[in-house]
Design a protein around this ligand. Sequence first.
Ligand code: 5RP
Length: 228
Amino acid sequence: MSTTPKFRAAQSAIRELPPHGVVGLGSGSTVAEFIRILGEHTVREDLDFLAVPTSYQSYRLAIKHGIPLTDLSRNPSIDIAVDGADEVDQQLNLTKGGGGALLQEKIVASAAKRFIIIVDESKLVDRLATHFFVPVEVIPFACDIVMRKIADMGVVPHLRQAERKVGPVVTDNGNFILDLEFPEPIENPAEVEVALKMVPGVVETGLFVGMADEVHVGTASGVFVLRQ
Ligand code: 5RP
């Protein structure tokens, strides 16, 4: 069995789960570890969860690992959501969307009583937008006008290009992703988030401000937890 930092973070989040309830499944490679471990517990019947996935990735992984699925219409309140992040600042604000799943991830997180982030140490930063661009999901119809308005804010938007498909990435919701290159790390993520969401055509941003309750950080030798 692999004992990578991502695995340690995922295992630590598993220990936070009550024996049964509704769990939100984030997306990404760290969450893939979490889903695999949750599946093992589901098969052993010591955990009994209905899961709300946040992407086709987590939907398919949940099915593969035998985790029963539900949705926000049947279960609008989620007991605990577990997700990864691209960056985590000292106030536990996040950037997410490296895998392009930020919209459903944010909706599921907003419906969760408890939102747990699982990362390795490389994701911890003083300020957001240090190592990663900030993704925003935009409606294709509005893509070019949104790019112009964002450029007017002094931020460089890059339309995310697909790999092994020509043209832009199309999200699970049929939208495009702009990766925003800030001139310097973000001082006030809440202000930036509001400014971005005021642009018509922006569906959601990858800035998750004040949403995470705790962050489980896997390291080469163990795990530690940051709490609000
Ligand atoms: C997907 C996400 C992921 O949670 C984020 O990119 C982290 O992924 P990984 O665990 O693979 O580093 O936000 O949209």
